[in-house]
Each structure stands twice: as C-alpha cells, then as structure tokens.
Design a protein around this ligand. Structure first.
Ligand code: B12
Length: 211
C-alpha cells in the first residue's frame, strides 16, 4: 500500500488529476479510509507543492494543476469523510471584496485550504461588507478570508472589517487578508489578524489561527 500512497503523492504534485483519481480509487478498493488517504498522500503532496512554489521551482500554472488534481481527488473522498463524521480542520469563508473581480489567487488559496482539510464557503467576487456579515451569521466560520487585487479595492477590506465589528461579530472570527497589492503593514493597520503573500503561507496561517 505504501507504494501506492507514494505514487499518489507524486501524481498530485505533477498535477495528473486522472492518474491521481485512479490511485485514490485503488486505495479505497483496497480498504484504505478517506482520512488516511488525505493525511498520508494528499496533504503531504500539497506541502511539497507549496514549498516548491515558495522556492520558485514551481509557478502559478503548476500550483493550479496540482490544486485541481487535489480537488479531483477530494470530490471522491469528501462524501466518505462526511459519512465517517471526520471533522474539518476548520470552516473558512472566503471572497474577493466589493468592487474587485479578480479571483484567480483567491481560488488557489481556497483550493489549497480545501486540500489542507478546511471546509470552504466561497462567496465569489465583488462581495459587499454586508454580504460577508450575512455569510458569517449563516455559516459561523472560524476564519474569514478577504482578497483584493486593486489598490482601489483595498479600502473595501477595511470597510468589511468595520462592518464585521459593527455587527458584533469581530471576536467570533479570525480575519486573514491577501492579494498582490497588500502588505503586512496594511493588514495590521486595518485590524486583520493575519496576512499572507501566497497560498502556501495562507495554509500555514490558517492552521496557526486554529491553534
Ligand atoms: C488576470 C488579471 C485580470 C483579470 C482577472 C480575471 C480573474 N478571473 O481573476 C481581468 C482581465 C478581469 C482583470 C481586470 C482588471 N484589472 Co487586472 N490583472 C490581472 C493580472 C494580470 C493577474 C492577477 C492574477 O490572477 N495573478 C495571479 C494570482 C495567483 O496572484 P494573486 O491574485 O496575487 O494571488 C496570490 C496572493 O496574492 C495571495 N492571495 C490572493 N488572495 C488572497 C486572499 C487571502 C485571504 C490570502 C491569505 C491570500 C491571498 O495568494 C494567491 C496565490 O498565491 C494582474 C497583474 C498581476 N501581475 O497581478 C492585473 C492587475 C491586478 N489588474 C489591474 C487592473 C488595473 C485591472 C482593471 C482595472 C483593468 C481595467 N482598466 O479594466 C480591471 C479591474 C476589474 C475589477 N473591477 O476588478 C492592475 C491593478 C493596478 C492596481 N495597483 O490597482 C494589475 C496589477 C495590472 C497592472 N499592472 O496594471 N485583471
């Protein structure tokens, strides 16, 4: 079995979705459980992808295909996880803030978090502060992720955090922010709990926020 786990890890790193899904099925047919497959092969694969991205051996296209391979495997495993009552690593609401239509980076962050075992509620693009507040009330997330790619929409992040505070929900969630124009200084200034420059570090940040 160990050999199949190793092969699966390699297929995900290389972004071979079909090959990876076949191996997941083979492991399930052999009696392995979904959580073991995620913990032993899929999550370690995404850790390798994240490290390769950080060291600039991998770039966005490799990150995207690996994330898609991972998502393809998870669609096979998620029903089984739900059935066995395995708890997600945490619940994350994520969205691109009001006025901003960029979602490629947000989608990568969402896919990587999903790969790390988080339950993701993706609100999409151009999400108003009230939209985030309503989603927090409805989903009771542990973490709220805000994405912005334009200097003009960074202000929407501040507005969103203020709306969350005004609704009395600020202490109920951790807020992380990201997007190309952001900096740690800006994140601190608007009262976010964390900032990450890329998806790999976003996963580490989210895990840290869950203690
Ligand atoms: C693709 C793109 C578009 C696409 C978006 C398609 C889509 N579905 O997203 C389209 C064509 C629609 C577009 C439109 C516009 N764009 Co545009 N776009 C880009 C471009 C080329 C790439 C962005 C991208 O996807 N990068 C790749 C991803 C993977 O990187 P990322 O988003 O930074 O995400 C990573 C991190 O930031 C982080 N992250 C991201 N989100 C989050 C969230 C959390 C919670 C965390 C923790 C981390 C995190 O992790 C991600 C993965 O590692 C950039 C240039 C650039 N190099 O950035 C311009 C750019 C962002 N756009 C720009 C502009 C000006 C526009 C327009 C105003 C153009 C116009 N005149 O219409 C419109 C605005 C539309 C709007 N209202 O949003 C400018 C912004 C300038 C500025 N400083 O504000 C840029 C920088 C181009 C430039 N150099 O001028 N754009």
């Amino acid at each position: 079995m160990q050999e199949i786990y190793d092969q699966l890890k390699e297929k995900v790193i290389k972004g071979d979705q079909n090959g990876a899904r076949e191996l997941v099925q083979k492991l399930l047919d052999g009696g392995e459980n979904a959580k073991a497959i995620i913990d032993t092969a899929l999550v370690p694969a995404m850790d390798v992808v994240g490290d390769k991205f950080q060291s600039q051996e991998f770039f966005i296209p490799e990150l995207l295909v690996a994330a898609r391979a991972m998502e393809g495997c998870l669609t096979l495993l998620q029903p089984l996880l739900a059935a066995s009552d395995a708890k997600p690593a945490g619940v994350v609401i994520i969205g691109t803030v009001k006025g901003d239509l960029h979602d490629i980076g947000k989608n990568i962050v969402a896919a990587m978090l999903k790969g790390a075992g988080f339950h993701i509620v993706d609100l999409g693009i151009d999400v108003s502060p009230a939209g985030f507040v309503d989603a927090i009330k409805a989903n009771k997330p542990d973490i709220v992720g805000l994405s912005a790619l334009l200097t003009t929409t960074m202000k929407s992040m501040k507005d969103t955090i203020e709306a969350i505070s005004a609704a009395g929900l600020r202490d109920a969630v951790k807020i992380m922010v990201g997007g190309a124009p952001l900096t740690q200084d800006y994140a601190s200034e608007i009262g976010a709990d964390g900032y990450s420059p890329d998806a790999a570090q976003a996963v580490k940040l989210a895990k840290g926020m869950m203690g």
